[in-house]
Ligand binder design. Structure first.
Ligand code: ZN
Length: 314
């Protein structure tokens, strides 16, 4: 049995998965990232986890490593990551190959998640598929003709930074009105608080620092302001998705990530907006569905990408 180690590096935790050739998870775990200690230290902790917690599973044949940010998979470099301060122009592939002693690949986390969802989740069996990951940031990944589409720069799929409202709020990337600035977790909370104040409320009906989860619980139990905030969020998402449909005409667009836990509170208005905005009824047949693999999508996807690369070399 071929085993691949998937390493999904977030700002706080590294999620680890031992994935077999069928995409089944044979073991998983979580360790701290501690980005300030640098990539070599993180890779050494991954090696230690493998030795201590996963020794019984057998030897790994390759590793797939993913994180948020601009990742050059071709050259194995991480240029810059919003979550990993100080990890600039890091030869991440080399770092992990040295630490683990097996061939490695690196990939953007949203690309990895899209590939995982396409191979084993909401996009199974499709030729053309798009996956968006909604959280603090908004990531995207695109599958065209059964392959991950990276574009000429290697950075394609950054749907979170498509400009949806030219004069909209400032985005972390420096532009205005990016999808991420309109529907990222912080934007949703600010929208809800703004609406509450506009309606004469105190602004802290959901606690001092409400979360999207708290807001979706409130909306589900009849809170009209929270529901309206999700409706507007879904409308912005729908405008972005209509653009995606016009450019790529995928069979389905899957929506994952923590914010997607709000489910139909966001997805229903998004679907309605897509129906309103697309040029032709035939294009509106695109399915907008919840992602299926949860926070395992990235390490499953990046493992299968690593397996594909390994098979090419053999
Ligand atoms: Zn942006």
């Amino acid at each position: 049995m071929t085993l691949i180690l998937g390493v999904d590096i977030g700002g706080t935790d590294i999620k680890l998965g031992l994935v077999d050739g069928e995409g089944e998870i044979r073991g998983s775990g979580k360790i701290s990232t501690r980005p300030a200690e640098g990539p070599e230290a993180a890779a050494a902790r991954v090696r230690a986890w493998l030795a201590e917690s996963a020794a019984g599973a057998g030897a790994i044949a390759a590793a797939g490593v993913d994180c948020a940010g601009l990742v050059d998979g071709e050259r194995g470099f991480l240029h810059v990551s919003p979550n990993l301060v100080g990890w600039k122009n890091v030869p991440l592939r080399d770092v992990f190959e040295r630490a683990l002693g097996v061939p490695a690949i690196v990939e953007n986390d949203a690309n990895a998640a899209a590939y995982g969802e396409w191979a084993r989740g909401a996009g199974r069996g499709m030729k053309n598929f798009v996956c968006l990951t909604l959280g603090t940031g908004v990531g995207g990944g695109v599958i065209v003709n059964g392959e991950l589409y990276r574009g000429s720069s290697g950075f394609a799929g950054e749907i979170g930074h498509a400009v949806i409202s030219a004069d909209g709020p400032l985005c972390a990337c420096g532009n205005r009105g990016c999808l991420e600035a309109l529907i990222g977790a912080r934007a949703i909370v600010e929208r809800a608080i703004g609406m509450l104040r506009g309606a004469g409320g105190s602004g802290n009906a959901w606690g001092d620092s409400p979360t999207v989860e708290a807001l979706s619980r409130a909306a589900a139990s009849g809170d009209a302001v929270a529901a309206a905030a999700f409706r507007e969020t879904g409308r912005w998402l729908g405008i972005a998705l209509a653009n995606v449909v016009h450019i790529l005409a995928p069979e389905a667009i899957a929506i994952g990530g923590g914010v997607a836990g709000a489910g139909d509170l966001i997805l229903e208005p998004a679907r309605a907006t897509v129906r309103d905005c697309v040029m032709d009824g035939a294009m509106a047949s695109v399915r907008i569905v919840p992602a299926e693999l949860g926070n395992r999508a990235s390490f499953i996807g990046v493992s299968l990408l690593a397996l594909g690369r390994l098979n090419e070399r053999r």
